[in-house]
Design a protein around this ligand. Structure first.
Ligand code: G3I
Length: 337
């Protein structure tokens, strides 16, 4: 059997990563990680809620296990994430009096969190998703109307990058988001990034999550997005790649009567073609792309099996439920080296 994995085929292009939890670091999944990948992201363990469940109390065990596994196996680590509107701890936006905190207090909490976390993994985590998903999905709006935004305005973004940079000046700092190839969201993300660059904020790159489907993105949407963001002098990482077999439509939440979750030969073929197309573009843009990371290891478990329809199996990754390479895998590694 071939000893080479994704990381070897892509050695002269970019690092190849995968999102994991501690439960993935043993047995056959651990073996697959070591063979295929040279970058790891914690799927949940480094988010603010899991990491700082009470003010000033940090739960490091899971995050440390992932970092230790990576260091031991010569795998680099992306940090995910320092500031997000989801998976925040309950105490974060409230003071001891139960009222909403002021901007000053919230920024101090953000600073304490970022400083503590980034310092702990200084020199081990080479890139951080500093701010995650701050742009609204509604084309008529700009910033997402989160607690962060309500209390701090856009300043929380600027500050988050400054705090992270102060804690580890060598870490690469990313703004991370989804639907980044849709023109109307792309332009709003571009506007945010440009304003950060214009203000001299230490942002190194943009993370394009790449929660994609068989229909989306098209080749032209993807290449346009890569060129648009990189025109700002930013690096690009594809941080959460998967290829849902269901289209991301408004009605996706509803399981249609009799809807099958069978991964048919036709779907396998379409998915392989979509993966082939995006990886061909990734290789063409290797000068600006520094990492590609999959969101989960194999079709054995994907977050898409629970969202947006609970219990509907998806098959979005390169390895099947037995951890064997799928048709899409062979397409991804089948190119002139
Ligand atoms: O921690 C609790 C645990 O105590 C409890 O027993 C269990 C019962 O369901 O829930 C656990 O929390 C879950 C957590 O994952 C850890 O498994 C949450 O309910 C669940 O909502 C959470 O989902 C994660 C989601 O982010 C949170 O919004 C997914 O695993 C994770 O894949 C997903 O990842 C995000 C990226 O961070 C950002 N981009 C989108 C991506 C997909 O949504």
């Amino acid at each position: 059997t071939d000893k080479r994995g994704l990381k070897d085929f892509y050695q002269s292009y970019f690092s190849m990563g995968v999102a994991v939890g501690v439960k993935n670091l043993v047995g056959d999944e651990a073996e697959l990680i070591k063979k295929q990948f040279n970058s790891l992201t914690a799927e949940n363990a480094m988010k603010m809620g899991p990491l700082q469940p009470r003010e000033g109390f940090f739960y490091w065990k899971d995050a440390d296990s992932i970092v230790n596994f990576a260091v031991k196996n010569g795998i680099r680590i992306r940090g995910h994430n320092l500031c997000w509107h989801e998976q925040t701890p309950n105490w974060l936006f409230k003071g001891k009096d139960g009222k909403e905190v002021t901007k000053d207090v919230l920024l101090q909490r953000l600073k304490d969190h970022i400083t503590t976390v980034v310092s702990r993994y200084k020199g081990k985590i080479y890139a951080w998703d500093v701010v995650n998903e701050a742009i609204d999905d509604d084309p008529a709006k700009f910033m997402r109307d989160s607690k962060w935004y309500q209390i701090c305005g856009e300043d929380f973004i600027v500050k988050a990058f400054e705090y992270a940079h102060a804690a580890d000046p060598n870490a690469k700092l990313y703004y991370n988001d989804y639907n980044t190839e849709r023109p109307e969201k792309r332009e709003r993300i571009y506007k945010l990034l440009k304003s950060l660059k214009d203000k001299g904020v230490p942002v190194d790159g943009v993370g394009l999550q790449a929660h994609w489907s068989l229909q989306e993105p098209t080749e032209i949407e993807l290449s346009t997005a890569i060129e648009r963001y990189s025109s700002l002098g930013l690096k690009i990482q594809f941080t959460e790649v998967d290829m849902s077999i269901y289209p991301w439509e408004k009605n996706k939440r509803d399981r249609k009567p009799g809807e099958s979750d069978e991964f048919t030969a036709e779907l396998q073929q379409k998915q392989a073609e979509q993966y082939a197309m995006v990886f061909k573009l990734f290789r063409e843009y290797k000068d600006v792309i520094t990492n590609v990371t999959f969101w989960n290891i194999s079709d054995r478990h994907s977050w898409l099996d629970e969202y947006p329809v609970m219990g509907r199996k998806n098959y979005p990754l390169l390895f099947d439920t037995h951890l064997q390479p799928k048709k899409a895998y062979w397409e991804v590694i089948n190119f002139k080296k």
